[in-house]
Design a protein around this ligand. Structure first.
Ligand code: NAD
Length: 443
């Protein structure tokens, strides 16, 4: 086993995947979290999130004794050579990133640091955070009259939920932002198993590394926002957004990726990171007209989907039974943060509709995310159950099992015939041929 000891603070989608994959690389890893129930579940062999492929990595590294889980962050700090900060950075009311968890961790590190360590910001954090983490640790050391050496590195993470294990082990690039040669050398060692795959390393200063993450997410979000706008225009003028997007994507300068129209992007990253970028620009006296527009247009896109449903019922959905297929913000995850479902369902309920909903993994998180007044949903055992007696079916997430529904069975089960395919996964003619009224996005 590699002798370097790694500590990972925060065992969410990023921290747990990073910790387990680093253990799989051969390091001895301690994963820490303040959430006692998460650590208890991990210690009893249960993965608290749904992430394909993660359980087999977990089983492998726990069997080999390479990973431990703890709530004792102070011990984790003292025992680790490299400490990854992977805590959440949720949005505040004003859209800026809430860094309270990062500051808490920095304080704990400062209170427990004794020997040289590399502190790694893996959470997505605004420019300047690595320097502030450094200052917090320094001031804690000063309070203790200690002069231990340490470096803070920005190492943003680009993994996608649903493909996190693959992405962590096959990244497009590793970004390391640090002014310290010593820290850079250690980080190169941490990621040395990826050298076999010739993964490029981008070595830069912390500010640039921090901005690379926001710029990347904002750009991808902009592509989605852009194609959604084109889709809306397609609807107005009778064009087919699929043909438009496909042809656009054939231009190598554009690329076909992230040009899929839909009900608005969700997730724990794009919505919050675009807002944080706008905020960061404002704080620095810079206009962010493009990204601001993306934030606004995405909010409107979700509302627009609810409007489409209402319009198909002549503006009144009161008493209509609507089957919602898909609650998570994308397939292969149980994450519902900022999911279109969390905007569309409350709006339908507010208008008096009866919502029956199904998602292969996202029901538990949806129950937690919706407030009591928005929670009057009947969750069903499967997609067909949700459609029993429904006036309309609405596909919000393109889980594979929603891609080839038995349309005849659906038709027989449903009372009405409205079919809203907000992921454009069906052929309009096929669905209409079965007697449904079909609406997609932009076609
Ligand atoms: N989820 C993604 O796909 C993704 C991808 C790339 C980057 N990121 C970024 O990574 C960061 C983490 O995201 P996530 O989705 O894993 O978050 P998450 O909410 O799933 O997990 C965060 C974890 O940190 C823990 N935590 C909070 N404060 C703590 C403390 N003081 N000590 C120990 N643990 C603490 C929480 O209990 C939680 O388990 C965010 O900044 C996010 O923007 C996320």
């Amino acid at each position: 086993m590699n002798s370097m000891k790694i500590g990972v603070i925060g065992t969410g989608y990023v921290g747990l995947v990073s910790g387990l994959c680093l253990a799989d690389f051969g390091f001895s890893v301690t994963c820490g979290d303040i959430d006692v129930s998460k650590i208890e579940r991990l210690n009893s062999g249960e993965i608290p999130i749904y992430e394909p492929g993660l359980k087999s990595v977990f089983d492998r590294v726990t069997e080999l004794g390479r990973v431990t889980f703890t709530t004792k962050i102070d011990t984790l700090v003292r025992d680790s050579d490299v400490i990854f900060i992977c805590v959440g950075t949720p949005p505040k009311e004003d859209g800026s990133a809430d860094l309270k968890y990062v500051w808490q961790v920095a304080e704990t590190i400062g209170k427990n640091l004794e020997t040289y360590k590399v502190i790694v910001d893996k959470s997505t954090v605004p420019v300047g955070t690595a320097r502030k983490v450094y200052d917090i640790i320094r001031s804690q050391l000063a309070e203790r009259n200690m002069d231990a050496a340490f470096d803070v590195v920005s190492n943003p993470e680009f993994l996608r939920e649903g493909k996190a294990v693959h992405d962590f082990t096959h990244p497009d690039r590793i970004v390391i932002g640090s002014d310290s040669e010593r820290a850079c050398e250690i980080m190169k060692k941490v990621y040395s198993p990826l050298k076999l795959n010739e993964v490029p390393f981008v070595l830069t200063n912390p500010e640039t590394a921090e901005l690379i993450k926001y710029a990347s997410n904002a750009f991808l979000a902009t592509k989605i926002g852009f194609i959604n706008e084109i889709a809306n225009l397609c609807e107005a003028v009778g064009a087919d957004v699929h043909k438009v997007a496909k042809s656009m994507g054939m231009d190598g300068r554009i690329s076909s990726k992230f040009l899929h129209p839909g009900p608005g992007f969700g997730g724990s990253c794009f919505p919050k990171d675009t807002m944080a970028l706008v905020n960061m620009a404002r704080e620095n006296g810079v206009d962010s007209l493009v990204v601001s527009a993306v934030v606004d247009s995405n909010i409107r896109q979700k509302v627009r989907m609810a409007e489409k449903i209402k319009k198909a019922f002549g503006g009144d959905v009161a008493g209509k039974q609507i089957a919602i297929l898909g609650l998570s913000f994308k397939p292969e995850t149980d994450d519902v943060r900022e999911s279109p479902a969390l905007v569309i369902i409350p709006e339908l309920l507010h208008r008096g509709a009866l919502v029956h909903a199904y998602d292969p993994q996202g029901i538990g998180e949806t129950k937690k995310a919706l407030t009591e007044s928005d929670a009057d949903i009947l969750y069903t055992a499967d997609e067909y159950d949700a459609c029993k007696g429904a006036d309309a079916v609405v596909i919000l997430t393109d889980w594979n099992q929603f891609r080839r529904l038995d349309l005849q069975r659906l038709k027989d089960l449903m009372k009405g015939n409205r079919f809203f395919d907000f992921r454009n996964i069906y052929d309009r003619e096929e669905v209409e041929g079965m007697g449904f009224y079909y609406e997609g996005v932009g076609r």
